[in-house]
Design a protein around this ligand. Structure first.
Ligand code: ADP
Ligand code: ADP
Length: 225
């Protein structure tokens, strides 16, 4: 895993600024939640770190490496979305192994890694199933498995639970938190759900109008009168 260091990041859509000089440090192994009102720039910040947006100014570092100019697929950063598009015609095993196949990893190594990740996520008995044969929670786990399988140096989550029903959302919070601890993973987690941020994150960054308004431990941010 690696730290993420963001310095004076700026991003404009045409003349409209979306990020107005963001600086944020996420330590190696830290779970940082990113909250703020709709349109404040959460998604833009996440996509910039992933390399899906080109930034106009500033620096993004993964560990010591400046990654502004690095292609998304070479960043070693995994992203989990709310619309976890699993390949419907592939089994769970093939969904999990797909990115390794693209990379040309040897079949035996893929099998080992897929089995390992399936074990971590409680998917070992579901490897031969197709996505349509899975529950919502199981699908979400496969989506996380696809992110884990390549051994990324950091994880980005974009409202991963917002399509799930309330009960499952609570369960998945616990599972993602357990995963964070087990992997010692660096995580930047966007949510509009303050309870989610509060219960899961080591620290919470509050974004407003393209700027960081506050960063702190959940209790420091929310427990004040
Ligand atoms: P959030 O994720 O917090 O809801 P976004 O990062 O999606 O916020 O958006 C930040 C600002 O940038 C908003 O004003 C939004 O309208 C604008 N924006 C986001 N994506 C685009 C785009 N592709 N083109 C133009 N404006 C965009
Ligand atoms: P193909 O025959 O096209 O390779 P498979 O479904 O046999 O398709 O396998 C797809 C990938 O998933 C392979 O890379 C394989 O290593 C992995 N895989 C398939 N089944 C399992 C399994 N039960 N446990 C672990 N990995 C598996």
């Amino acid at each position: 895993m690696a730290s993420i260091t963001i310095r004076r990041l700026e991003k404009n859509y045409g003349a409209a600024p979306a990020l107005r000089g963001i600086s944020l440090d996420i330590a190696e192994g830290e779970f940082m939640a990113l909250v703020g009102p709709s349109g404040c720039g959460k998604s833009t910040l996440l996509r910039s770190v992933a390399g899906l947006e080109t930034v106009d100014a500033g620096e993004i570092r993964l560990g010591d490496d400046l990654i502004n100019e690095v292609a998304p697929k070479d960043r070693n950063i995994a992203m989990v979305f709310q619309n976890y598009a699993l390949y419907p015609h592939m089994t769970v095993a093939r969904n999990l192994g797909f990115s390794l196949r693209l990379k040309g990893v040897a079949r035996g190594d893929i099998e080992r890694r897929v089995a390992e990740v399936a074990q971590i996520l409680g998917l070992a008995s579901l490897l031969e199933r197709y996505p349509r044969q899975l529950s919502g929670g199981q699908r979400q786990r496969v989506a996380m498995g696809r992110a884990i399988v390549r051994s990324p140096r950091a994880f980005l989550f974009d409202e991963p639970l917002s399509n799930l029903d309330a009960k499952l959302r609570v369960q998945m919070r616990t599972e993602i938190k357990a995963l964070h601890q087990r992997l010692g993973a660096t995580m930047l987690y966007v949510t509009h759900d303050q309870v989610e941020a509060m219960t899961m994150a080591d620290r919470v960054a509050v974004l407003r109008d393209g700027r960081i308004e506050q960063v702190g431990a959940p209790l420091d941010l929310y427990d004040r009168p």
